[in-house]
Design a protein around this ligand. Structure first.
Ligand SMILES: O=P(O)(O)OC[C@H]1O[C@H](OP(=O)(O)OP(=O)(O)O)[C@H](O)[C@@H]1O
Ligand SMILES: Nc1nc2[nH]cnc2c(=O)[nH]1
Length: 184
């Protein structure tokens, strides 16, 4: 029997097996780039919390982790265009090699904002890793250095990604039935 969350899904886009395989590849690529450089993994909450946990374990680098919480969607499926910092980083990042970990790059508002923000705080370098890239909706000129999967122009949930704060605990990536968010 389908769970109450699964009943809201129209289809599965990326399976658990596909996620596992791709994240192992991303971890390997990061290891090659950053071995010996003591990078700082910087997760963008809330959406990245599941991906971050799997990625840092797939990448056996000597490194530390930090988090920033930002939001811009406000219970909608399109960006408000305003990025709010809900919880800031708690350490000095000047001179550090940052690996920004995102669940999705969509309009680009969030990552364009964060790149500027961390550069003004003195990061030595910024590498962007996003699990999902949705290029069809880009309004800001920002690109990721490493992408897990390129996705079509559909609102996706699961594996950390929410709609109105729900569905983050689905263990794969799915597409919501439009009637779930109709009239938002
Ligand atoms: O490229 P963009 O259009 O800016 O979209 C990407 C951002 O949208 C989501 O965050 P959201 O603002 O929904 O907050 P959340 O991470 O707490 O869910 C997601 O986690 C990304 O951070
Ligand atoms: N859950 C979710 N959050 C997003 N933030 C930007 N794009 C998306 C999306 O497709 N799904």
């Amino acid at each position: 029997m389908k769970s109450e969350m699964e009943q809201d899904l129209f289809k599965v886009l990326v399976t658990e097996e596909q996620l596992k395989r791709r994240i192992a590849e991303l971890g390997g690529a990061l290891y090659e780039r950053f071995a010996g450089k003591n990078p700082l993994f910087l997760g963008v909450l809330k959406g990245s919390f599941v991906f971050m946990a799997d990625l840092v374990r797939a990448c056996q680098l000597k490194s530390d982790v930090e988090f920033i919480a930002v939001s811009s969607y406000e219970n909608a499926t399109v960006s408000s265009g305003r990025v709010h910092i809900n919880h800031d980083i708690q350490q000095d990042i000047s001179g550090r090699h940052l690996i920004i970990v995102e669940d999705i790059l969509d309009s680009g508002n969030t990552l364009a904002f964060l790149k500027d923000y961390f550069l003004t705080k003195g990061a030595a370098s910024i590498t962007i890793v996003t699990l999902l890239d949705k290029p069809a909706r880009r309004t800001k000129a920002v690109t990721a250095d490493l992408v897990g999967f390129t996705v079509p122009d559909e609102f996706v949930v699961g594996y950390g990604l929410d709609y109105a704060q729900a569905y983050r605990n689905i263990p794969y990536i799915g597409v919501l039935k439009p009637e779930v968010y109709a009239g938002q």
